[in-house]
Design a protein around this ligand. Structure first.
Ligand code: GAP
Length: 507
């Protein structure tokens, strides 16, 4: 788990400098944990959304998509349990006045113990070389065993305290472990309090008839409340899924780490309705499917790991996260949850509408179980960008920053560049641009030296640059430069479309 703060800082400023991601309302000094996507960020975002939508809706004949409203009847959130239980335990350090998630402080402490154990293993690996028996070392080394045992004991304590909602016990555990605030360095903590993460607002024109409603904290409930509509209108039989991409809002306590934890973010969620008793099988199926999807983004498997939930949410009978190795360590990217019939049952209870499915195979009705896949779009963007961000040192000693984004996700697919803005090279290049823009999102650029223009395209991840030069005017050929290798081919202008069609991996 490499913590690369330098890389992270560079990435954040790169995203701003090159029009991917800006702080929200920046001219007013920004709004904490809210971000806007710029001209390239929005293209990357749309491409990821489209790729997810295709893999879910287009490639599965039994999954349909919806787009439910963000504002929903307040009873939805009572039924779902969010009004009563969508809380984070928060704690403040009295000296730095900084607020933390109390459980996160303990989890960070536990992670450090695991890291210490890993360091011992790494040291031994170096010491013993080829003769190293890692399993034996892990099973017998006193230091490793001590760190891991301690981590397990604290994890059990934490899970128990959270399950019992024992906030005083949580504070005591933080004090016992002597966990200090990283800023003040002191252990001077307030009591732990529960904090509901939902944003509320008023619906209605007068104070008397105003009703408190919430901005949805997850898109999933929009799917549950439409389950009957889809059942009636889509002629689907179990198992079937409903997918949705949309905004969600959470008043996060700890809102640092750029677009990793935002107060307004996007989720791509799919609820898969299955026959009760088959949910574990489908849970395994979707675990495998979702991991394959992540690997298909061109990111190697070492960058991902599974995290089994120690404390299951109130609605789940199995849950696992896909974690990604962000520059600040492994953190949750996607959750796969077996949600039982909890949500549909609760909506049946609160709305009075029967949520039953008539199963023609057994000639009987029941409430389906649900397996959910829930991925954060912004976190996926952060994963793609942090993997793509590369600083290359070239053979002449100069450096370049290049975003090695897969072609199908790259914001701009082709840049068309006249070598110089004279002798008709610009008009020639514009003609190529006007033809290609019908097929790909292209960019025409005639400003600055050709070298600087290549660098600008590298920095936004454009896979191909076409250059019109003096020779083009003589023999109607152009050069095409590939982003990662920087190799150039010279080809006839008439072959550009075929060349790009063969080379560009777009969907
Ligand atoms: N419907 C289930 C659900 O919402 P979750 O684990 O709370 O589960 C799912 O959220 C995914 O949404 C997470 O894995 C993460 O990628 C993303 N997510 C959650 N909170 C987020 C936040 N504050 N900012 C950005 N992404 C977030």
């Amino acid at each position: 788990m490499a913590q690369d703060n330098e890389l992270f800082k560079k990435l954040v400023s790169h995203c701003k400098e090159y029009g991917f991601i800006f702080p929200s309302s920046e001219i007013y000094d920004g709004l904490s944990a809210v971000y806007d996507y710029g001209q390239y960020g929005v293209e990357l975002k749309n491409n990821i959304k489209q790729y997810w939508w295709r893999s879910m809706v287009q490639y599965h004949e039994n999954i349909v998509g919806i787009d439910a409203a963000i504002l929903m009847h307040p009873k939805v959130w009572k039924a779902s349990g969010h009004v009563d239980a969508f809380n984070d335990p928060l704690i403040d350090n009295k000296d730095s006045k900084i607020r933390y998630k109390a459980d996160q402080l303990v989890e960070d402490y536990i992670n450090k113990l695991y890291e210490k154990a890993e360091k011992e293993v790494e040291k031994a690996k170096k010491r013993f070389g080829d003769n190293f028996d890692e399993k034996l070392f892990r099973d017998t080394n006193e230091k490793v065993k001590k760190y891991i045992d301690e981590a397990k004991i604290i994890t059990d304590k934490l899970v128990k305290l959270l399950e019992e909602n024992n906030l005083a016990g949580l504070k005591k555990l933080i004090e016992e472990l002597k966990i200090v605030c990283p800023v003040s360095g002191t252990c001077n903590w307030t009591d732990v309090r529960q904090f509901n993460l939902m944003f509320s607002t008023q619906l209605g024109s007068t104070a008397e008839d105003a009703m408190t409603i919430y901005l949805r904290p997850e898109t999933a409930q929009g799917i549950y409340v439409n389950y009957l509509n889809i059942l009636k209108t889509s002629r689907q039989k179990l198992p079937f899924g409903i997918a949705q991409i949309g905004k969600a809002f959470r008043n996060e306590i700890v809102a640092r780490q750029f677009i990793f934890r935002m107060r307004e973010f996007e989720q791509m969620e799919m609820q898969y309705f299955v026959k009760p008793g088959t949910e574990k099988e489908w849970f395994e199926y979707w675990k495998e499917q979702r991991m394959q999807w992540h690997l298909s983004l061109g990111i190697p498997k070492e960058k991902y790991r599974w995290h089994e939930h120690e404390k299951l949410a109130h609605y789940a009978n199995a849950a696992v996260d896909i974690e990604y190795d962000f520059p600040f360590g492994f953190k949750e990217l996607e959750g796969i949850h077996s949600r039982t019939d909890y949500d549909l049952k609760r909506h049946q209870e609160f709305s009075g509408k029967k949520m039953l499915y008539f199963d023609p195979d057994i000639q009987d009705s029941y409430i389906p179980y649900v397996v959910e896949t829930s991925i954060g779009l912004d976190r996926t963007i952060l994963a793609v960008l942090s993997h793509a961000f590369t600083e290359d040192t070239l053979s002449d000693g100069t450096t370049r920053v290049v975003l090695k984004i897969p072609d199908f996700l790259a914001p701009i697919k082709v840049a068309i560049l006249p070598l110089v803005k004279k002798d008709g090279m610009n008009d020639y290049a514009l003609n190529i641009f006007n033809d290609l823009k019908k097929y790909y999102l292209c960019q025409y650029d005639e400003k600055d030296s050709i070298g600087r223009r290549y660098r600008r395209q590298d920095a936004i991840g454009t896979p191909y640059c076409i250059t019109v030069d003096g020779q083009t005017l003589e023999d109607n050929t152009v050069t095409i430069r590939e982003r990662d290798s920087m190799l150039q081919d010279r080809i006839p202008v008439d072959n550009i479309r075929k060349y790009l069609h063969d080379k560009l991996n777009v969907i």
